[in-house]
Design a protein around this ligand. Structure first.
Ligand SMILES: *Cc1c(COP(=O)(O)O)cnc(C)c1O
Length: 409
């Protein structure tokens, strides 16, 4: 049998739907972020990255790089096994203490990625609650959806950030049914924020447990980088906070933080924790250095917000269709998968600007966009060049500017 034809057919379906993905071969330059080298088909070229989730540039911070190199030199590279076997090492234990402290919780537990922490964290927590009903936000990340699916219990989806709908579902479930509300704090494609205080009110009123993914907020919001829950003063009201070390903290890994018995139960029951090798010590030390730095330094957070505001203001003034929000994410509406891909290709090839197209299934069809993530290191000159390049691309592709689309209505 010709098995390869199944795979070519699957790829052809993606090509037909214009959602076959091509990766750019990039090489970052530590100390010069957001500058990078693009290994293009025609050879290496200098480019500027405008879509990194290393939001604060911590992946190149001297303290973070220094901690990684120092630890690898001192204790070697790999962890040497699962946590059960030989993988619990001192830098990892210290990192878990750092994370518990960051979120004001009794304990935290590390996973090899934020994806795994959601998948195995949510499914394990929900499985340990008899007859659990999961109430999940409609725009939750795939890792949460997989966690909910693997939990195997009943689930209901509430309309995105719709508190009236969530309340309806909580009431319908009845007071005696155990309920787990699962949502994100900052949704990274639209850049909108969940009403966490209201969610906590509802959870308390109707006796539900809360699980909040703060992946796009940790390090960046709150006086110590504890996330939106810290900023809004509701961290202590949320049962389980989940985060990543791979975005604002610039490293790799994911975690949950909460009460000691919840964390201990997940540690004891979660297959995605038990049966996989622990994170390497050097990565843990680097993450600890990033978290510690951001607990006391506000410079990155303030400059980050300032840069995002400036990008929005300049693109808006140019008439570019910025999808408005109150966060550091700058989504630029395209609304067509082919043009979104073309815009991204033209920016890279003709302007040395790297912005990955965001197409279905990451966002709904018809809402394709360029997702721009300014960092503290994108200076005024880079922002001006971005606006000029975008205007040229918009013109070439016949994409509407704001004034034009208003006039047409
Ligand atoms: C990126 C992301 C994750 C996964 O985190 P990783 O550490 O990259 O695996 C989880 N949740 C959300 C909302 C994300 O955007």
């Amino acid at each position: 049998m010709d098995y390869s034809k199944f795979f070519s057919a699957a790829l052809n379906r993606l090509h037909d739907e214009r959602r076959y993905r091509v990766f750019a071969d990039l090489e970052r330059i530590a100390g010069r972020f957001p500058h990078a080298v693009w290994h293009s088909p025609k050879g290496p070229r200098n480019v500027v990255i405008w879509c990194s989730n290393d939001y604060l540039g911590m992946g190149q911070h001297p303290k973070v790089v220094g901690a990684m190199v120092e630890t690898a030199t001192r204790v070697g590279t790999g962890a040497g096994g699962t946590r059960n076997i030989a993988g619990t090492h001192h830098p990892l234990v210290q990192l878990e203490q750092e994370l518990a402290d960051l979120h004001g919780k009794q304990a935290s537990l590390l996973f090899t990625s934020g994806y795994v922490s959601n998948q195995t964290g949510i499914s394990t927590i929900a499985k340990l609650i008899p007859n659990c009903l999961i109430l999940s936000d409609a725009l939750n990340h795939n890792s949460m959806i997989e966690g909910v699916r693997q939990a195997g219990c009943e689930r209901q989806i509430f309309r995105h950030n719709d508190m009236a709908h969530l309340e309806e579902l909580l009431i319908a479930a009845g007071p005696d049914r155990p309920k787990l509300i699962a949502c994100e704090s900052l949704y990274s494609m639209d850049g909108d924020i969940a009403p966490l205080s209201k969610i906590c009110d509802l959870a308390e009123k109707y006796g539900a447990m809360t699980y909040v993914d703060e992946v796009h907020a940790v390090g960046m919001y709150g006086p110590r980088g504890g996330g939106i829950a810290e900023r809004d003063g509701v961290m202590h009201r949320i049962d389980v906070l989940e985060g990543t070390l791979a975005k604002a903290f610039g490293c790799l890994g994911g975690y949950i933080a909460g009460k000691a018995e919840i964390i201990d139960a997940v540690r004891s029951y979660a297959p995605g924790f038990i049966f996989t090798t622990a994170l390497p010590p050097a990565i843990c030390s680097a993450a600890t250095a990033a978290i510690r730095h951001l607990k006391t330094s506000n410079w990155e957070r303030e400059r980050h917000q300032d840069r995002a505001a400036r990008v929005k203001a300049i693109l808006n003034a140019a008439g570019l269709p910025v999808m408005s929000n109150d966060t550091h994410i700058v989504p630029l509406f395209v609304g067509d998968p082919e043009k979104c891909k073309q815009a991204s290709d033209m920016l890279l090839e003709e302007h040395g600007i790297y912005i990955q197209p965001i197409n279905y299934p990451t966002v709904a069809k018809g809402t394709e966009r360029l997702r721009i993530t300014p960092s503290p290191y994108h200076d005024d000159g880079l922002i001006d060049r971005l606006a000029e390049a975008l205007l040229q691309v918009w013109g070439r592709l016949g994409l509407p500017l704001k004034q034009q689309s208003l006039a047409a209505e």
